[in-house]
Each structure stands twice: as structure tokens, then as C-alpha cells.
Write a new protein. Structure first.
Length: 101
């Protein structure tokens, strides 16, 4: 049975580096790569916990140590991914939408 995903805020404790050497450039010229992070998940009404997360991020605007980010995680496995989409600090689509105004 698949574990149900939840959202929570998380503190980026440390960037653990690139998770491979592949960098993909999208059609807008944004370079994306997979990075590993140590994060502290802070679920509402539950005790915080720490995990490692691998997430595809824009290379030049990726999360840094001390950033508070939104994550999707699975309760049982604690598999976690930082949510880049919609975050004005990291999401290139948000940058482009602001430039068009």
C-alpha cells in the first residue's frame, strides 16, 4: 500500500551536495540538477524529525542552509521532497510571471 503524502514546513539544515553530475537545461535556459539536503521537518501538531531529501532544483536559485521551505513527505517512510513549484524564491516560472507584468 502506498503511503499518504503530507505537506509541512522544513528547515534546511545543510546542503549535502549534488546527487549526480547530470544538469538538465530546460527550454527557458534554466539549469536543473538533483541536490541532497538534510532537513528538519516540522509537521503541524507533531514532533519535528530530521531526514535527507533529494530534490530537483534550479542550480542558481536552489535552497540554502537556514531557508524554511515547504516539503511533501510520506508519513511512514519519511521520504521527503522540497516543493520548488510556486515558491517565489526558487521557481523560475514565478520569476518569469513577475517579469511579464
Amino acid at each position: 500500500m502506498f503511503d499518504k503524502k503530507a505537506q509541512a514546513q522544513a528547515l534546511v539544515l545543510e546542503e549535502l551536495g549534488a546527487a549526480g553530475s547530470d544538469v538538465h537545461t530546460d527550454i527557458h535556459g534554466v539549469d536543473w540538477a538533483h541536490y541532497r539536503y538534510a532537513v528538519e521537518i516540522r509537521p503541524e501538531g507533531e514532533a519535528p524529525f530530521r531526514v535527507e531529501s533529494e530534490t530537483k532544483v534550479p542550480v542558481n536559485t536552489r535552497p540554502k542552509r537556514g531557508d524554511v521551505v515547504t516539503v511533501d513527505y510520506e508519513h511512514k517512510s519519511q521520504k521527503t521532497e522540497i516543493r520548488i513549484e510556486g515558491d517565489e524564491r526558487y521557481d523560475p516560472d514565478v520569476f518569469r510571471a513577475k517579469w511579464k507584468k
